[in-house]
Design a protein around this ligand. Structure first.
Ligand SMILES: *Cc1c(COP(=O)(O)O)cnc(C)c1O
Length: 389
């Protein structure tokens, strides 16, 4: 089976992890701060906090921004559940903004309309999570302007987008946001097995997230309520978690970072090859906004069902049966049973639901070979009922 995504591990990656295993520190050593500095420098942010997953990064980002009971977080329905769940961890509520039918990202026009209504109702969100679906950045300029006007905070969920750019600057620079989050799960662009990172240009947010990552404990005399009892002393000044990344993970991350730009360039090669190979088929290939250089975590096609004598599910199943490990990113979050119990209904976000009825993620990962890509297209043609060619 050709998977939809797969990690790319080199001998240098393996050696980097083995070196850590033979060293003094398996956790809380030099690799984690090095990894943080590495990523922060690459994307142009002042502070970076490595954690054990993007889900953890989203959680401490929300807490650092003061999200709590009585507050609401808004995000897109077309995302992994973690982008919304982070609000619920904090005791806050969640609402969604429908997607733009061209980029599949949260629609800035729908956001503006919903904010206008929310202001009238006195129900403005405290935090917006802007998800860069497939790696293509959201319209951050428009979202940033709305944040200024309505006073909400922005978290970029850039789990798909490390190595991508928005208006010539790397995603993660936080030019239009308070905090940006990356994921290093193996299907993402670079991996640390499990792992994530939160980036910010705000020293205070960075310091809050550093505390929350490790039990709310500080060893910094300036943060303590009184002078230290002795050299052993630390204080717990907040309620935090153990969300730390290990040295093994950070060593892998440091090694992977050396190939990040190469990985993204390869994904662009594969995407433009797909664009060409699929041009004549009854599918919509991913539209790229001219302001964006996508990280291209995913290559999502939409079936033009009115031109195909098969259902979405039939095409999907035919691909899987013939060895093409397609996937679907994502089931609209508001249709999940857990969210339905909160009162969301089918029909609430029609563009997102239309997308879900047509989308298929084709295999996209740096090690995908051209003959495999050719095979994917051949199987897709057959699955669409197109013969010959
Ligand atoms: C993968 C992903 C996450 C969660 O990342 P983990 O590192 O697995 O916790 C969150 N948001 C989006 C959009 C993702 O794709």
């Amino acid at each position: 089976m050709i998977p939809y995504g797969r990690q790319d591990i080199s001998q240098a990656d393996i050696d980097a992890v083995l070196d850590v295993l033979k060293s003094d520190f398996l956790t809380q050593g030099p690799q984690v701060p090095r990894f943080e500095q590495n990523v922060a420098l690459h994307v142009g942010a002042s502070h970076a906090l490595a954690v054990n997953s993007a889900t953890s990064a989203l959680h401490i980002a929300c807490l650092a921004l003061g999200l709590g009971p009585g507050d609401v977080l808004w995000t897109t329905p077309i995302t992994f559940v973690a982008s919304a769940n982070c609000a619920l961890y904090c005791g806050a509520g969640v609402d969604f903004v429908d997607i733009d039918p061209r980029t599949y990202n949260l629609c800035p026009k729908a956001l503006a309309d919903k904010l206008e209504q929310a202001e009238r109702d006195g129900k403005l969100p405290k935090v917006l999570v802007a998800v860069h679906l497939s790696g293509q950045p959201c319209d951050m300029q428009a979202i940033g302007a709305l944040a200024q006007r309505y006073g909400f905070k922005i978290i970029e969920d850039a789990s798909h987008a490390i190595g991508g750019k928005y208006r010539g600057e790397f995603i993660g620079s936080c030019r239009y946001s308070d905090i940006t989050v990356f994921s290093f799960h193996p299907v993402k662009i670079i991996t640390t097995a499990e792992g994530g990172m939160a980036l910010t240009n705000d020293a205070e947010l960075a310091s809050k997230m550093a505390l929350l990552r490790s039990h709310g404990i500080t060893r910094d005399a300036n943060q303590m309520t009184h002078e230290a009892d002795g050299p052993w002393y630390y204080q717990q000044i907040d309620l935090g978690f153990n969300y730390r990344m290990t040295e093994l993970q950070a060593a892998l991350g440091n090694s992977q970072m050396e190939r990040l730009d190469q990985f993204v360039a390869r994904r662009h090669q594969l995407a433009s090859r797909y664009d060409t190979l699929l041009a004549e088929l009854p599918v919509t290939t991913p539209w790229q906004h001219p302001d964006s250089y996508s990280g291209l975590h995913l290559y999502v096609i939409r079936l033009q069902l009115d031109k195909i004598g098969k259902t979405h599910r039939q095409v999907f199943e035919a691909l899987r049966e013939q060895g093409v490990g397609v996937n679907l990113h994502y089931i609209p979050v508001h249709t999940q049973p857990y969210y339905q119990r909160m009162g969301f209904r089918q029909g609430d976000f029609p563009e997102a639901e239309r997308y879900y009825a047509e989308a298929i993620s084709l295999p996209m990962f740096q090690a995908l070979r051209e003959h495999e890509q050719g095979q994917v297209v051949k199987v897709l043609r057959r699955a669409l009922g197109i013969h010959g060619g």
